[in-house]
Design a protein around this ligand. Structure first.
Ligand SMILES: [Zn+2]
Length: 73
């Protein structure tokens, strides 16, 4: 994947979750890790199967990109 900021190749890697599935929740609704199970958001990982998130990192810009197109089911 090319970095949208500098157009260099980004490095593919993974963010590994712990006990809970990772979920993106908008700021106004965010109440922390424990209750996030019950909140609406974009579920990024599943703690019961593969609790890891594919992520692309640009070493130049120090930014990470997460493609969530397959998370929006
Ligand atoms: Zn970049």
């Amino acid at each position: 994947m090319k970095c949208p900021y500098c157009n260099q190749n980004m490095e593919k890697g993974f963010i590994n979750g712990d006990r809970y599935s990772l979920k993106w929740i908008e700021e106004s609704r965010n109440k922390g890790t424990i209750v996030s199970v019950f909140q609406k958001g974009i579920k990024l990982t599943d703690a019961w199967s593969s609790n890891q998130l594919e992520t692309y990192y640009c070493k130049g810009c120090k930014k990470m990109i997460i493609d969530v197109s397959d998370k929006l089911k």
